[in-house]
Design a binder for this molecule. Structure first.
Ligand code: NAD
Length: 299
């Protein structure tokens, strides 16, 4: 642990709450805020201290951790708290945000407030957040990353991705891969099933073969086959990450043909399933899409 002993944690959702609770369990004094009253009560129950506004939560904190939905919310929260930050506070944005917006925000904070910001998005899901086994992709200068490391190592394995924004870039690209794998895995699983193959046998064979991925090793066996669809990662958040990655690919002049096709399918699934859907529910839309055409029953 560094000398950064007072931590403010903003965003206590599916990921933020178990992460904040882990920090509390390791002896860190966590001051938290979330728009949801229930989330604030859950932090208090876990041993943290909840505050009625983000500005009050960050008072006196050495480090501010953000675990919010996206760049728009991160920027809105930063606008609320920046006047209350101590000089030399370290802000760690663990949300999956947009790399270029993160760079702009970091430049602006450094110039106007003397505050450092590093990006540190994660992979590993709610399970990894609970068990402290996240992969944490950090973007920042080496000295800033070293300062963040002691705290982040309570939450998972730290990988220094490059300068500020690099963590958010690699996170979005990772999720474009993950989502594309999940869609095509679902197509393969459903085609095999319709051919008469046993889904459990198929997964066992894929997992010993070159078709394996996080979708065959984790998502299909744990959330899709049992029909629970409760990974805790929203479809809408995955689609946001896919779009960030596709924008990045376009910006560097290498548009992702397959990635864009996957986004189209995921966007259609999002429209059909609505805002609360878990991302593993896309498998349901693959099944519906591949049903034989039904005759039109309308007049
Ligand atoms: P979530 O929707 O469960 O949590 C977000 C929290 O932010 C909510 O509790 C919400 O009330 C709060 N919030 C929204 N606006 C706010 C504001 N203005 N001020 C304070 N609080 C506000 O989302 P999550 O699944 O915890 O994801 C958080 C981030 O982590 C996202 O960027 C997501 O893409 C990323 N992520 C999620 C997972 C996962 O498995 N759930 C895995 C890796 C990365």
């Amino acid at each position: 642990m560094t000398s950064d002993n007072s931590v403010a944690f903003i965003g206590l959702g599916a990921m933020g709450l178990p992460m904040a609770a882990r920090l509390v369990a390791t002896g860190v004094a966590v001051r938290g805020f979330d728009l949801s009253e229930t989330a604030r009560a859950d932090l208090t129950a876990a041993g943290g201290q909840a505050f009625p506004s983000p500005a009050e939560a960050v008072v006196g904190s050495d480090v501010v951790v953000l675990m919010l939905p996206d760049s728009t919310v991160v920027e809105a929260v930063m606008a609320q708290i920046r006047g209350s930050l101590k000089p030399a506070t370290l802000v760690i944005d663990m949300s999956s945000s947009e790399p270029l917006r993160t760079r702009q925000l970091a430049d602006d904070l450094r110039t106007r407030e003397g505050v450092d910001l590093v990006d540190a998005p994660v992979s590993g899901g709610v399970k990894g957040a609970r068990s402290g086994t996240l992969t944490i992709m950090v973007g920042g200068q080496p000295g800033q990353v070293d300062r963040a490391r002691g705290l982040l190592e309570h939450l998972g394995v730290v990988k220094h991705a490059g300068p500020v924004g690099a963590g958010h870039a690699v996170k979005a690209l990772n999720n474009l891969l993950s989502a594309t794998h999940l869609w095509v895995t679902s197509e393969a699983m459903l085609a095999g099933e319709r051919f008469g193959l046993d889904p459990s046998v198929m997964l066992e064979i894929f997992n010993g073969s070159s078709g394996r991925s996080g979708s065959t090793e984790n998502k299909w066996p744990n959330f899709i086959l049992p029909g629970t669809f409760d990974s805790g990662f929203a479809l809408r958040l995955m689609l946001k990450d896919m779009r960030i990655a596709a924008d990045l690919a376009r910006q560097v002049g290498l548009p992702s043909a397959l990635g864009e096709a996957a986004i189209e399918q995921w966007a259609r699934a999002d429209q059909r399933l609505g805002p609360g859907a878990d991302h593993t529910e896309v498998a349901r839309c693959v099944a519906d899409r591949s049903s034989p055409e039904q005759p039109d029953q309308s007049d």
